[in-house]
Every structure is written in structure tokens, then in C-alpha cells.
Write a protein that binds this ligand. Structure first.
Ligand code: MG
Length: 330
């Protein structure tokens, strides 16, 4: 049998309406015979681009999101796929809640309750960590262990009996995304955790994560982050339009651009040591984030540098300082 190239998933270059009829093009393959299969009064396929009709532009503002199914021949094979297109209602602030907003509520990190609280606070984004069980389930937890059990060495069923500190069972990535997709203001920042089980398991967890996000139509909400560069490269192979940010801080913005990595999300000390990277990233129009900024002095530093995203365990404090910041331009 001949090995076939990993071609990844069909996708769009953009999933967000911001006042222009053109939504985007199809990416990751060669496409022929593209047709709008559903919602033909709302969408059209013109000049190799998905576009909203006049009625579609009115409807997406009223309904907040629209679905469309496209039929096409991709790399010589028939395919059809549904996409969810959102009216841009994402919050304009730099507040990214780290593992959700859990501290003042005294709830568990990475719980559905911490996700709901980040959404309630109107955070621009909420971050969470994805691990992979022995039987290939994607679950939300920070550490590689849950209640003393190594997640990658246990089945989901063996882990599901245990409870988080707030009484919730271990959330699945599916449940987390479905909860996050009930709203349109807060982006979902998906951290795919590295594994010590080798590059194949790392690539598999990346592929399964991207597949689930596509199956749920969650692309518009999601940014991917990882400490593992190979995981990010695998995400980009699966979906070249995915927004991916590197966490480890070992590459300059220019190096990331060369590798097709969308942006950077580095520890604050990296930016303190390489202040020039801030201007470089902005000049390159890269997605720029910093972790984990909790004390007032450091928050002020990154607000002064007008970071579009600041990841924090103290979203309420960051909101207070952001609202009082002279650099706020809205
Ligand atoms: Mg994390």
C-alpha cells in the first residue's frame, strides 16, 4: 500500500463577518466545482470566495451566526462541509482568563464554572489546557495527572469517576467547546499540552483536537497555543488558517513568521528581555499575548505596551487597570 500525504481538513480562510460581504476562500487543497448547498439565499460562491448576500448580511447581524454547507471536489474527491460564520461580537479588551476565571469565585481551574465566569466577566478570551487519555479522549486539565492518575495512562472511564475540587467531573474538550460556543463575546484559547509519549502521540492529540473543532464548527472562536512547536506545525498542516501561538519563548517573531506560526504568547520575562520583539510582532501583525501576568506593576507594563492580549489569573484586576489606562482608545 502506498502512503498518502497527510492533507488535513478543508476549511475557510475566515469565519467572521465584520461588515464586508466577502467571508473567505477555501484553504488546504485544490478545489473545483464549489457550490453553496444550503442557505442559498444567504450565501453565494463568487470569484472563488464565500460571500454573504445582502439578505445574508442583514440576517447574520440579527441572528449572530449563520451556517452554510458547501459542496465541492477537493483534491479530486467529492466532499461537503458545514461552516459556522459569526457576526463579529468579540469583546475588545486584552483580558484573557488563565484556566478560566476561578480565583475570586474560589472555583476549580479549568472547570466549566471557571469558563462560565470568564464569559460572564466579558473577557476577550479564556484559556484552557487539553490532555489526551489512553483511549484518545480529549479532556481539560492543567497537569498531566488528575487525582494522582496519569491522564495518558488511563481511559476516560477510569478518570470520569473522579471529581474536580468544585464537584464537577473532568470536563471533556467537547463539553467545554459546546459551552463556549453558546456565546459570541469570548474567544476560546485552546492550549494543546505536550506529551512525553513521543512525537506520534503529540501529532495525534493535535489532529484530534483540530478535527473536533472542525466537527463542531468552532473555528471562529478558537486560537491554538502550545509549548510544543511540532504540535503547532501539525495544527497548521491540518488547518492552515488556524490561529496558532507559540508559548515557549525561544523563537523571535521573525522566526515564527518563517515557519507560518501566526503569533506569540510568551512568559512576561521573555518580553522584558527582548523588548524589541514587541515592536517586531506588531509590525508583522502577529497575534501577541503574554502569560501569566498577575501583579499590578507588570499588568501596567503590558498595558503601556498596548498588548492586545494579556493572560492573567486576575481578570478582574486587569479589567480595572485597563479601564483606567490612558492607552485605551475606545
Ligand atoms: Mg495553559
Amino acid at each position: 500500500m502506498f502512503a498518502t500525504a497527510q492533507t488535513g481538513l478543508s476549511g475557510l480562510s475566515n469565519y467572521i463577518y465584520n461588515g464586508k460581504a466577502v467571508i473567505g476562500e477555501l484553504v488546504n487543497g485544490s478545489y473545483e466545482k464549489v457550490q453553496v448547498h444550503t442557505a442559498r439565499d444567504l450565501f453565494s460562491w463568487k470569484n472563488n470566495l464565500l460571500q454573504l448576500t445582502t439578505k445574508g448580511q442583514q440576517e447574520i447581524q440579527r441572528r449572530k451566526e449563520l451556517s452554510v454547507t458547501l459542496k465541492f471536489v477537493r483534491n479530486g474527491k467529492n466532499e461537503q462541509k458545514q461552516f459556522r460564520i459569526l457576526n463579529d461580537a468579540f469583546h475588545r479588551n486584552p483580558v484573557i482568563a488563565h484556566r478560566g476565571a476561578w480565583k475570586r469565585l474560589a472555583t476549580a481551574e479549568n472547570s466549566l464554572a471557571s469558563l462560565a465566569e470568564a464569559i460572564r466577566l466579558n473577557c476577550a478570551g479564556t484559556e484552557f489546557d487539553v490532555h489526551f487519555t489512553k483511549d484518545d479522549s480529549l479532556v481539560i486539565n492543567h497537569d498531566a495527572d488528575f487525582k494522582g492518575k496519569a491522564i495518558e495512562e488511563h481511559t476516560f472511564a477510569a478518570l470520569a469517576n473522579e471529581r474536580l475540587a468544585n464537584g464537577e467531573s473532568l470536563p471533556t474538550l467537547r463539553a467545554y467547546l459546546e459551552a463556549g460556543m453558546q456565546q459570541y463575546g469570548t474567544r476560546l484559547i485552546v492550549e494543546i499540552k505536550p506529551t512525553d509519549k513521543g512525537p506520534e502521540r503529540a501529532a495525534l492529540r493535535a489532529r484530534k483536537t483540530v478535527e473536533l473543532i472542525h466537527n463542531l464548527g468552532a473555528q471562529a472562536w478558537v486560537n491554538y497555543i502550545s509549548f510544543d512547536y511540532e504540535i503547532l506545525l501539525e495544527v497548521k498542516k491540518m488547518d492552515p488558517a488556524a490561529k496558532v501561538q507559540y508559548l515557549s519563548g525561544t523563537k523571535s517573531p521573525d522566526e515564527l513568521i518563517r515557519d507560518g506560526i501566526t503569533g506569540l504568547d510568551y512568559h512576561y520575562s521573555v518580553f522584558e528581555n527582548h523588548e524589541d520583539w514587541i515592536a517586531m510582532a506588531k509590525k508583522n501583525q502577529q497575534v501577541l499575548n503574554v502569560w501569566t501576568v498577575n501583579d499590578e506593576k507588570k499588568i501596567r507594563y503590558f498595558l503601556l505596551h498596548q498588548f492586545p492580549m494579556i493572560t492573567t489569573n486576575e481578570p478582574e484586576l486587569l479589567f480595572e487597570l485597563f479601564k483606567a489606562s490612558p492607552s485605551v482608545s475606545q
